[in-house]
Design a binder for this molecule. Sequence first.
Ligand SMILES: [Zn+2]
Length: 441
Amino acid sequence: MKPRNGSELFTLRGARVIDPAVGWDAQADLCVQAGCIKWLAEDRKPEGRIMDVGGLVVTPGLIDMHVHLREPGFEHKETIATGTRAAVAGGFTTVCSMPNTDPPIDRPERVADLLNRIKGDAVCRVLPIGAATLEHGKDRLTDFQALLQAGCVAITDDAFPIQDFRLKCATASQAAATGALFIAHCEDNNYSVDGVMNKGSVSRELGVPGQNAASEQIAMLDWNRAATQAGVADSFKLHLAHVSSDYTLRSLEFLLDSPDHIQHLSLETAPHYFALTAEAVREHGSNAKMNPPLREEADVAAIKRAVADGTIQVLATDHAPHSPEEKALGLADAPFGIVGLETCLGVALAELVHSGVMSLPELLATMTCNPARILGIESGTLAPGSPADITIIDPDTEWAVEPEAFQSKGKNTPFVGRALKGRVWGTIVGGRFVVREGELL
Ligand SMILES: [Zn+2]
Protein backbone atom coordinates (compact mmCIF):
# COMPACT_ATOMS: atom_id res chain seq x y z
CA MET A 1 0.00 0.00 0.00
CA LYS A 2 1.42 3.35 -1.06
CA PRO A 3 0.55 6.43 0.99
CA ARG A 4 0.62 9.77 -0.82
CA ASN A 5 4.22 10.77 -1.46
CA GLY A 6 5.62 14.06 -0.25
CA SER A 7 6.64 16.55 -2.93
CA GLU A 8 9.10 18.60 -0.90
CA LEU A 9 12.82 18.80 -1.62
CA PHE A 10 14.82 18.77 1.61
CA THR A 11 18.14 17.74 3.09
CA LEU A 12 18.63 16.14 6.51
CA ARG A 13 21.98 17.50 7.62
CA GLY A 14 24.65 16.23 9.96
CA ALA A 15 23.16 13.03 11.38
CA ARG A 16 24.91 9.73 11.89
CA VAL A 17 23.45 7.87 8.91
CA ILE A 18 23.22 4.12 9.27
CA ASP A 19 22.08 2.06 6.28
CA PRO A 20 22.78 -1.59 7.11
CA ALA A 21 21.68 -2.64 3.61
CA VAL A 22 24.84 -1.17 2.13
CA GLY A 23 27.03 -1.08 5.24
CA TRP A 24 26.91 2.72 5.54
CA ASP A 25 27.64 4.18 8.98
CA ALA A 26 29.00 7.74 8.90
CA GLN A 27 28.04 11.33 9.52
CA ALA A 28 26.38 12.42 6.30
CA ASP A 29 23.63 14.43 4.63
CA LEU A 30 20.58 12.84 3.05
CA CYS A 31 18.58 14.56 0.33
CA VAL A 32 14.94 13.69 -0.36
CA GLN A 33 12.97 14.68 -3.45
CA ALA A 34 9.47 13.72 -4.62
CA GLY A 35 9.12 10.95 -2.08
CA CYS A 36 12.41 9.26 -2.92
CA ILE A 37 15.97 9.33 -1.67
CA LYS A 38 17.88 11.64 -4.03
CA TRP A 39 21.35 11.28 -2.61
CA LEU A 40 23.37 10.37 0.46
CA ALA A 41 26.77 11.99 0.81
CA GLU A 42 29.38 13.04 3.32
CA ASP A 43 30.29 16.25 1.51
CA ARG A 44 27.79 17.73 -0.90
CA LYS A 45 25.87 21.00 -1.12
CA PRO A 46 22.47 20.58 0.59
CA GLU A 47 19.39 21.05 -1.61
CA GLY A 48 15.98 22.44 -0.76
CA ARG A 49 14.98 23.04 2.83
CA ILE A 50 17.78 22.21 5.24
CA MET A 51 16.94 20.39 8.47
CA ASP A 52 19.68 20.12 11.03
CA VAL A 53 19.59 16.69 12.66
CA GLY A 54 23.07 16.63 14.18
CA GLY A 55 23.37 14.26 17.12
CA LEU A 56 20.56 12.06 15.82
CA VAL A 57 20.65 8.78 13.89
CA VAL A 58 19.06 8.59 10.45
CA THR A 59 18.21 5.09 9.24
CA PRO A 60 15.85 3.39 6.78
CA GLY A 61 12.25 3.38 8.00
CA LEU A 62 11.69 0.47 10.35
CA ILE A 63 9.72 -2.53 9.09
CA ASP A 64 7.55 -4.68 11.37
CA MET A 65 6.65 -8.06 9.89
CA HIS A 66 4.18 -8.99 12.63
CA VAL A 67 1.36 -6.63 13.62
CA HIS A 68 -2.26 -7.30 14.56
CA LEU A 69 -4.18 -4.22 13.41
CA ARG A 70 -7.50 -5.91 14.39
CA GLU A 71 -9.56 -4.29 11.63
CA PRO A 72 -12.01 -5.46 10.36
CA GLY A 73 -14.00 -6.93 13.21
CA PHE A 74 -12.18 -5.97 16.38
CA GLU A 75 -12.17 -2.18 16.17
CA HIS A 76 -12.65 -1.93 19.94
CA LYS A 77 -9.07 -3.27 20.26
CA GLU A 78 -7.39 -1.31 17.43
CA THR A 79 -8.09 0.14 13.99
CA ILE A 80 -5.94 0.71 10.94
CA ALA A 81 -5.94 4.40 11.87
CA THR A 82 -4.82 3.94 15.49
CA GLY A 83 -2.50 1.00 14.79
CA THR A 84 -0.59 2.81 12.05
CA ARG A 85 -0.34 5.92 14.24
CA ALA A 86 1.21 3.70 16.89
CA ALA A 87 3.52 2.31 14.21
CA VAL A 88 4.91 5.67 13.08
CA ALA A 89 5.19 6.84 16.70
CA GLY A 90 7.41 3.79 17.20
CA GLY A 91 9.47 4.57 14.09
CA PHE A 92 7.89 2.03 11.74
CA THR A 93 7.16 3.07 8.17
CA THR A 94 6.00 -0.37 7.01
CA VAL A 95 3.98 -2.93 8.96
CA CYS A 96 2.64 -6.31 7.88
CA SER A 97 -0.90 -6.93 9.09
CA MET A 98 -1.89 -10.35 10.39
CA PRO A 99 -5.02 -11.96 8.91
CA ASN A 100 -6.82 -13.12 12.07
CA THR A 101 -9.50 -10.46 11.75
CA ASP A 102 -13.27 -10.93 11.43
CA PRO A 103 -13.78 -11.81 8.66
CA PRO A 104 -10.32 -13.31 8.25
CA ILE A 105 -8.14 -12.29 5.31
CA ASP A 106 -8.56 -15.61 3.56
CA ARG A 107 -9.85 -14.75 0.05
CA PRO A 108 -9.07 -12.10 -2.55
CA GLU A 109 -12.18 -9.97 -2.01
CA ARG A 110 -11.30 -9.63 1.67
CA VAL A 111 -7.78 -8.55 0.75
CA ALA A 112 -9.33 -5.96 -1.57
CA ASP A 113 -11.59 -4.67 1.23
CA LEU A 114 -8.62 -4.46 3.59
CA LEU A 115 -6.53 -2.59 1.01
CA ASN A 116 -9.38 -0.10 0.63
CA ARG A 117 -9.48 0.53 4.35
CA ILE A 118 -5.70 0.90 4.39
CA LYS A 119 -5.87 3.41 1.55
CA GLY A 120 -8.34 5.48 3.54
CA ASP A 121 -6.89 5.32 7.03
CA ALA A 122 -3.25 4.22 7.21
CA VAL A 123 -0.47 6.72 7.93
CA CYS A 124 2.29 4.25 7.04
CA ARG A 125 2.62 1.43 4.53
CA VAL A 126 0.60 -1.64 5.44
CA LEU A 127 1.29 -4.93 3.70
CA PRO A 128 -1.41 -7.56 4.26
CA ILE A 129 -0.56 -11.14 5.11
CA GLY A 130 -3.07 -13.77 4.03
CA ALA A 131 -4.47 -16.61 6.12
CA ALA A 132 -3.37 -20.16 5.38
CA THR A 133 -6.75 -21.74 6.15
CA LEU A 134 -10.32 -20.74 5.31
CA GLU A 135 -12.43 -19.17 8.09
CA HIS A 136 -9.68 -19.82 10.69
CA GLY A 137 -10.41 -23.52 10.22
CA LYS A 138 -8.19 -26.51 10.61
CA ASP A 139 -8.91 -28.41 7.41
CA ARG A 140 -9.12 -26.36 4.19
CA LEU A 141 -6.22 -24.34 2.82
CA THR A 142 -6.77 -21.00 1.12
CA ASP A 143 -5.67 -20.24 -2.45
CA PHE A 144 -2.20 -18.81 -1.82
CA GLN A 145 -1.72 -17.67 -5.42
CA ALA A 146 -5.00 -15.75 -5.38
CA LEU A 147 -4.09 -14.08 -2.07
CA LEU A 148 -0.66 -13.07 -3.38
CA GLN A 149 -2.19 -11.69 -6.57
CA ALA A 150 -4.68 -9.70 -4.50
CA GLY A 151 -1.81 -8.02 -2.66
CA CYS A 152 -0.65 -10.21 0.22
CA VAL A 153 3.09 -10.39 0.87
CA ALA A 154 3.05 -13.69 2.76
CA ILE A 155 0.77 -16.44 4.08
CA THR A 156 0.54 -17.39 7.74
CA ASP A 157 -1.14 -19.69 10.25
CA ASP A 158 -0.53 -17.18 13.05
CA ALA A 159 -3.18 -17.36 15.81
CA PHE A 160 -4.48 -20.64 14.34
CA PRO A 161 -1.39 -22.84 14.11
CA ILE A 162 -1.80 -25.80 11.77
CA GLN A 163 -1.53 -29.06 13.70
CA ASP A 164 -2.33 -31.76 11.15
CA PHE A 165 0.80 -33.15 9.52
CA ARG A 166 -0.78 -33.77 6.12
CA LEU A 167 -2.07 -30.21 6.07
CA LYS A 168 1.45 -29.00 6.85
CA CYS A 169 2.74 -31.00 3.87
CA ALA A 170 0.04 -29.48 1.63
CA THR A 171 0.88 -26.00 2.94
CA ALA A 172 4.57 -26.46 2.18
CA SER A 173 3.72 -27.77 -1.31
CA GLN A 174 1.38 -24.92 -2.15
CA ALA A 175 3.73 -22.28 -0.74
CA ALA A 176 6.66 -23.71 -2.70
CA ALA A 177 4.63 -23.92 -5.91
CA THR A 178 3.47 -20.32 -5.65
CA GLY A 179 6.67 -18.85 -4.22
CA ALA A 180 4.76 -17.63 -1.16
CA LEU A 181 6.67 -16.84 2.01
CA PHE A 182 5.05 -18.86 4.78
CA ILE A 183 5.12 -17.45 8.31
CA ALA A 184 4.63 -20.20 10.89
CA HIS A 185 3.36 -19.78 14.42
CA CYS A 186 5.17 -22.80 15.82
CA GLU A 187 3.07 -24.40 18.52
CA ASP A 188 2.28 -28.07 19.01
CA ASN A 189 -0.98 -28.18 20.94
CA ASN A 190 -0.04 -31.55 22.47
CA TYR A 191 2.53 -29.64 24.51
CA SER A 192 0.99 -26.20 24.91
CA VAL A 193 -2.47 -27.68 25.68
CA ASP A 194 -4.45 -25.01 27.54
CA GLY A 195 -1.47 -23.34 29.19
CA VAL A 196 -1.85 -19.62 29.87
CA MET A 197 1.86 -18.99 30.51
CA ASN A 198 5.16 -20.88 30.37
CA LYS A 199 5.19 -24.12 32.35
CA GLY A 200 7.65 -23.72 35.19
CA SER A 201 8.09 -22.59 38.78
CA VAL A 202 6.00 -19.42 38.33
CA SER A 203 3.02 -21.21 36.74
CA ARG A 204 3.15 -23.79 39.55
CA GLU A 205 3.27 -21.14 42.25
CA LEU A 206 0.44 -19.16 40.65
CA GLY A 207 -1.52 -22.37 40.20
CA VAL A 208 -2.28 -21.83 36.51
CA PRO A 209 -1.80 -24.29 33.62
CA GLY A 210 1.52 -23.88 31.80
CA GLN A 211 2.69 -24.46 28.22
CA ASN A 212 5.60 -26.84 27.83
CA ALA A 213 8.44 -24.89 26.16
CA ALA A 214 9.06 -27.87 23.84
CA SER A 215 5.84 -27.01 21.99
CA GLU A 216 7.62 -24.50 19.74
CA GLN A 217 10.61 -26.71 19.00
CA ILE A 218 8.49 -29.71 18.08
CA ALA A 219 6.32 -27.68 15.73
CA MET A 220 9.44 -26.32 14.03
CA LEU A 221 10.82 -29.83 13.50
CA ASP A 222 7.43 -30.89 12.15
CA TRP A 223 7.48 -28.11 9.53
CA ASN A 224 10.88 -29.29 8.42
CA ARG A 225 9.67 -32.87 8.17
CA ALA A 226 6.59 -31.74 6.23
CA ALA A 227 8.72 -29.83 3.73
CA THR A 228 11.01 -32.83 3.29
CA GLN A 229 8.11 -35.24 2.89
CA ALA A 230 6.49 -32.93 0.33
CA GLY A 231 9.78 -32.80 -1.55
CA VAL A 232 10.07 -29.01 -1.29
CA ALA A 233 12.83 -28.57 1.31
CA ASP A 234 14.85 -26.65 -1.25
CA SER A 235 12.09 -24.27 -2.35
CA PHE A 236 9.70 -23.77 0.61
CA LYS A 237 10.34 -20.34 2.16
CA LEU A 238 9.63 -20.67 5.87
CA HIS A 239 9.77 -17.82 8.38
CA LEU A 240 9.37 -18.72 12.04
CA ALA A 241 7.32 -16.11 13.88
CA HIS A 242 8.18 -14.95 17.41
CA VAL A 243 10.83 -17.49 18.42
CA SER A 244 10.87 -17.62 22.21
CA SER A 245 12.69 -20.68 23.44
CA ASP A 246 16.23 -21.94 23.91
CA TYR A 247 14.99 -25.45 22.98
CA THR A 248 14.00 -24.18 19.54
CA LEU A 249 17.39 -22.60 18.95
CA ARG A 250 19.28 -25.69 20.11
CA SER A 251 17.14 -27.94 17.91
CA LEU A 252 17.74 -25.60 15.02
CA GLU A 253 21.46 -26.14 15.39
CA PHE A 254 20.98 -29.91 15.03
CA LEU A 255 18.50 -29.41 12.22
CA LEU A 256 20.91 -27.31 10.20
CA ASP A 257 23.53 -30.04 10.65
CA SER A 258 21.30 -32.66 9.04
CA PRO A 259 21.49 -33.24 5.28
CA ASP A 260 17.87 -32.49 4.44
CA HIS A 261 16.57 -29.40 6.02
CA ILE A 262 14.65 -26.43 4.72
CA GLN A 263 17.01 -24.23 2.72
CA HIS A 264 15.08 -20.96 2.96
CA LEU A 265 14.56 -20.52 6.66
CA SER A 266 14.40 -17.26 8.61
CA LEU A 267 13.64 -16.50 12.24
CA GLU A 268 12.00 -13.65 14.08
CA THR A 269 11.71 -12.74 17.73
CA ALA A 270 10.03 -9.93 19.67
CA PRO A 271 11.50 -7.61 22.34
CA HIS A 272 9.64 -9.22 25.25
CA TYR A 273 11.43 -12.53 24.64
CA PHE A 274 14.82 -10.98 25.40
CA ALA A 275 13.67 -8.38 27.93
CA LEU A 276 11.39 -10.36 30.27
CA THR A 277 10.95 -13.77 31.86
CA ALA A 278 7.90 -15.54 33.29
CA GLU A 279 8.62 -13.62 36.50
CA ALA A 280 6.94 -10.61 34.84
CA VAL A 281 3.62 -12.48 35.01
CA ARG A 282 3.66 -12.18 38.81
CA GLU A 283 3.72 -8.41 38.60
CA HIS A 284 1.81 -7.72 35.38
CA GLY A 285 -0.62 -10.63 35.24
CA SER A 286 -2.59 -10.72 31.99
CA ASN A 287 -0.54 -7.80 30.62
CA ALA A 288 2.39 -10.23 30.50
CA LYS A 289 0.29 -12.94 28.85
CA MET A 290 1.12 -13.64 25.23
CA ASN A 291 1.59 -16.65 22.99
CA PRO A 292 4.25 -17.98 22.94
CA PRO A 293 4.66 -17.07 26.60
CA LEU A 294 7.55 -15.41 28.42
CA ARG A 295 10.07 -18.07 29.35
CA GLU A 296 13.12 -18.39 31.65
CA GLU A 297 16.52 -16.69 32.10
CA ALA A 298 18.24 -19.28 29.91
CA ASP A 299 15.81 -18.54 27.08
CA VAL A 300 16.36 -14.79 27.37
CA ALA A 301 20.12 -15.31 27.17
CA ALA A 302 19.78 -17.68 24.20
CA ILE A 303 17.49 -15.31 22.30
CA LYS A 304 19.92 -12.42 22.85
CA ARG A 305 22.81 -14.52 21.58
CA ALA A 306 20.80 -15.63 18.55
CA VAL A 307 19.86 -12.07 17.60
CA ALA A 308 23.49 -10.95 18.05
CA ASP A 309 24.98 -13.79 15.97
CA GLY A 310 22.39 -13.55 13.18
CA THR A 311 20.62 -16.87 13.85
CA ILE A 312 17.54 -14.71 14.37
CA GLN A 313 17.43 -12.19 11.53
CA VAL A 314 14.28 -10.22 12.31
CA LEU A 315 12.98 -8.23 15.24
CA ALA A 316 9.19 -7.82 15.05
CA THR A 317 6.68 -6.70 17.67
CA ASP A 318 3.74 -9.14 17.49
CA HIS A 319 1.77 -6.01 18.44
CA ALA A 320 -1.47 -7.51 19.79
CA PRO A 321 -3.77 -4.90 21.33
CA HIS A 322 -6.74 -5.81 23.53
CA SER A 323 -9.23 -3.66 25.41
CA PRO A 324 -8.74 -3.03 29.16
CA GLU A 325 -11.98 -4.94 29.83
CA GLU A 326 -10.64 -8.01 28.04
CA LYS A 327 -7.33 -7.91 29.89
CA ALA A 328 -9.20 -7.37 33.19
CA LEU A 329 -10.57 -10.91 32.90
CA GLY A 330 -7.40 -12.04 34.67
CA LEU A 331 -4.49 -14.31 33.82
CA ALA A 332 -6.53 -17.43 33.16
CA ASP A 333 -9.25 -15.90 30.98
CA ALA A 334 -7.79 -12.80 29.31
CA PRO A 335 -6.78 -13.12 25.64
CA PHE A 336 -3.13 -13.59 24.66
CA GLY A 337 -1.10 -10.63 23.43
CA ILE A 338 0.61 -7.37 24.31
CA VAL A 339 1.13 -4.12 22.41
CA GLY A 340 4.62 -3.49 21.10
CA LEU A 341 4.86 -0.87 18.37
CA GLU A 342 5.66 2.04 20.68
CA THR A 343 8.13 0.26 22.95
CA CYS A 344 10.02 -1.97 20.50
CA LEU A 345 12.85 0.36 19.59
CA GLY A 346 13.38 1.63 23.14
CA VAL A 347 13.42 -1.85 24.66
CA ALA A 348 15.73 -3.17 21.93
CA LEU A 349 18.14 -0.24 22.33
CA ALA A 350 18.22 -0.72 26.10
CA GLU A 351 18.53 -4.50 26.14
CA LEU A 352 20.73 -5.09 23.10
CA VAL A 353 22.67 -1.94 22.19
CA HIS A 354 23.21 0.11 25.36
CA SER A 355 23.98 -3.13 27.22
CA GLY A 356 26.63 -4.09 24.65
CA VAL A 357 25.05 -7.26 23.19
CA MET A 358 25.26 -5.89 19.64
CA SER A 359 26.00 -2.70 17.73
CA LEU A 360 23.37 -0.20 16.61
CA PRO A 361 23.86 -1.01 12.89
CA GLU A 362 23.45 -4.72 13.68
CA LEU A 363 20.21 -4.06 15.55
CA LEU A 364 18.88 -1.80 12.80
CA ALA A 365 19.53 -4.50 10.20
CA THR A 366 17.00 -6.74 12.01
CA MET A 367 14.38 -3.99 11.64
CA THR A 368 15.17 -2.72 8.13
CA CYS A 369 17.03 -4.62 5.40
CA ASN A 370 16.57 -8.11 6.85
CA PRO A 371 12.76 -8.07 6.90
CA ALA A 372 12.77 -6.25 3.53
CA ARG A 373 14.88 -9.01 1.99
CA ILE A 374 12.74 -11.79 3.46
CA LEU A 375 9.52 -10.11 2.32
CA GLY A 376 10.99 -9.19 -1.06
CA ILE A 377 10.03 -5.51 -0.82
CA GLU A 378 11.94 -2.47 -2.05
CA SER A 379 12.07 -0.58 1.30
CA GLY A 380 14.70 -1.03 3.99
CA THR A 381 17.51 1.03 2.48
CA LEU A 382 18.54 4.64 1.94
CA ALA A 383 20.07 3.91 -1.46
CA PRO A 384 19.30 6.68 -4.01
CA GLY A 385 16.05 6.01 -5.84
CA SER A 386 14.52 4.11 -2.89
CA PRO A 387 11.28 5.30 -1.30
CA ALA A 388 12.05 8.02 1.24
CA ASP A 389 10.96 5.96 4.24
CA ILE A 390 13.20 7.20 7.02
CA THR A 391 13.39 6.89 10.78
CA ILE A 392 15.25 9.44 12.88
CA ILE A 393 16.33 8.21 16.28
CA ASP A 394 17.50 10.10 19.32
CA PRO A 395 19.67 7.33 20.76
CA ASP A 396 20.30 8.82 24.19
CA THR A 397 17.05 10.39 25.41
CA GLU A 398 15.82 8.77 28.60
CA TRP A 399 12.10 8.19 29.00
CA ALA A 400 9.66 5.99 30.85
CA VAL A 401 6.89 3.92 29.25
CA GLU A 402 3.46 5.49 29.83
CA PRO A 403 0.73 3.42 28.16
CA GLU A 404 -1.77 6.28 28.53
CA ALA A 405 0.36 8.26 26.08
CA PHE A 406 0.29 5.50 23.42
CA GLN A 407 -1.30 6.19 20.05
CA SER A 408 -2.48 2.57 20.10
CA LYS A 409 -5.89 1.82 21.59
CA GLY A 410 -4.16 -1.04 23.40
CA LYS A 411 -2.52 -0.16 26.72
CA ASN A 412 -1.71 -3.79 27.55
CA THR A 413 2.04 -3.79 28.13
CA PRO A 414 4.30 -5.36 30.76
CA PHE A 415 6.77 -2.53 30.11
CA VAL A 416 4.64 0.04 31.95
CA GLY A 417 6.88 2.39 33.92
CA ARG A 418 10.06 0.90 32.46
CA ALA A 419 12.94 3.36 32.09
CA LEU A 420 14.34 3.28 28.56
CA LYS A 421 17.10 5.10 26.72
CA GLY A 422 16.66 6.06 23.09
CA ARG A 423 13.48 6.88 21.22
CA VAL A 424 12.03 7.98 17.92
CA TRP A 425 12.59 11.62 16.99
CA GLY A 426 11.10 11.54 13.51
CA THR A 427 9.38 9.27 11.02
CA ILE A 428 9.18 10.02 7.31
CA VAL A 429 6.94 7.99 5.00
CA GLY A 430 7.34 8.51 1.27
CA GLY A 431 9.16 11.81 1.83
CA ARG A 432 6.53 13.21 4.25
CA PHE A 433 7.15 13.77 7.92
CA VAL A 434 4.50 11.99 9.99
CA VAL A 435 6.39 12.30 13.28
CA ARG A 436 8.73 15.19 14.06
CA GLU A 437 10.47 16.00 17.33
CA GLY A 438 8.65 13.03 18.81
CA GLU A 439 5.21 14.46 17.98
CA LEU A 440 2.71 12.92 15.59
CA LEU A 441 1.86 15.51 12.93
ZN1 LIG B 1 1.61 -16.01 16.76
